[in-house]
Design a protein. Structure first.
Length: 369
């Protein structure tokens, strides 16, 4: 591989163009990966729409890159978890760069780093060019890769390489999920689908509130096994509350859900989610990732019902390991995960981004299969 394509985003014009850059031998401590799958995350869509940033220079977006190790630079002999790597291994790139020096990092809370950075926040013209995931190649430090264990389908891993760890970190902050708890998931996008699958695998009774507008998304939602699906387009807030309360009473869980996980990103979902919880219920909020407005919440509701609200916006290498372990422990889920992918060539970046933004693709990925 002498050159590779990259979809370069220019923030000033909010446009992508496809360019070719030379592929060089990785520098010391770096690893060169050729594309297998690279997902488009909601974060990428928010950046492209100007809702996150600002990014002051043309760059390659993308933080869900899965690739085959093509070359190893000097001193690159293990992945971030200390496991040996060799040319030919499949690896997942983790673009998070915690500073390691701030108050939170020194306490081991790297997902809450006060000076959090990402590997792709570099000008594309700065060698080695391939800093982000929307490309046919990526060069990244060995400290930012996790080898994908043998036996895992990389297509399944590519379904939720960001969404999975994000949900797992939120659950870790909130004390985890316990068997027989009633869990409500707001949203049936990538975060919501993984949250639904995870809650079911943990033995929870699961209610998913989502949209049936996209037939393929509805089919995928049902395949992930929620006990109840509520279409928010045809059920008003009072109807949703009534149905969740009925489920709680039938399951002997008190006056509402034990846990509600907000994944839709819609601020209007927030007060509804709080109202679905039982007294002393827990509200996990990993989905409100960009500023889409404000909502009014009566604070006394939180006080007198002793509710817990847990925010979570990043994840750690341990969460990536937990995601891969989860897939290995539940092999029946792998084909279901793989089925949500819509694959595009890097050159088709405009179509891929449009499909991701409009929700036409459940999980849009750039792929070389």
């Amino acid at each position: 591989m002498n050159t590779a394509q990259a979809a370069v985003f220019t923030p000033a014009t909010r446009a992508f163009d496809v360019r070719e850059y030379p592929v060089a031998q990785p520098g010391p401590g770096h690893v060169g990966l050729s594309l297998r799958y690279s997902g488009i995350c909601g974060t990428d869509v928010h950046i492209a729409e100007g809702k996150l940033g600002p990014m002051p220079f043309p760059l390659i977006l993308g933080h869900e890159f899965i690739g085959r190790i093509e070359a190893l630079g000097a001193d690159a002999v293990t992945d971030a978890l200390g496991r040996p790597v060799v040319v030919g291994d499949l690896a997942l790139a983790c673009v998070a760069v915690p500073c390691g020096k701030c108050f939170n990092c020194l306490r081991g809370e790297t997902a809450s780093c006060l000076a959090f950075g990402v590997t792709y926040a570099k000008p594309v013209e700065e060698a080695p060019h391939f800093h982000g995931g929307f490309a046919g190649y990526q060069e990244i430090q060995w400290r930012n890769i996790v080898r994908i264990p043998d036996g895992l389908d990389p297509k399944a891993v590519a379904a939720f390489p960001c969404g999975g760890p994000t949900i797992l970190r939120a659950c870790a902050y909130g004390g985890g999920l316990e068997k027989d708890e009633l869990v409500v998931v707001q949203g049936n996008g990538s975060l919501g689908l993984f949250a639904t699958a995870y809650a079911k695998a943990k033995g929870c009774r699961t209610v998913c509130i989502g949209s049936s507008a996209n037939a393929r998304r509805l089919e995928a939602t049902r395949a992930f096994g929620p006990d109840v699906f509520i279409d928010f387009r045809s059920t008003d807030a009072d109807g949703v509350r009534k149905r969740v309360r009925e489920e709680a009473e039938a399951a002997g869980r008190g006056d509402g859900a034990d846990v509600c996980i907000e994944t839709s990103g819609d601020p209007a979902a927030f007060p509804l989610g709080l109202s679905l919880l039982r007294t002393r219920g827990r509200y996990f909020v990993p989905g409100q990732y960009s500023d889409r407005g404000e909502i009014a919440i009566p604070p006394h509701t939180i006080t007198f019902r002793a509710l817990q609200i847990i925010g979570s916006g990043q994840y750690t290498l341990d969460d990536i390991r937990a995601y891969l372990d989860f897939l290995a422990e539940h092999p029946a889920l792998q084909p279901r995960f793989a089925s949500v992918l819509s694959c595009y060539a890097v050159a088709d970046v405009q179509t891929a981004m449009a499909d991701a933004a409009a929700g036409r693709a459940i999980k849009a990925v750039f792929a070389r299969e």
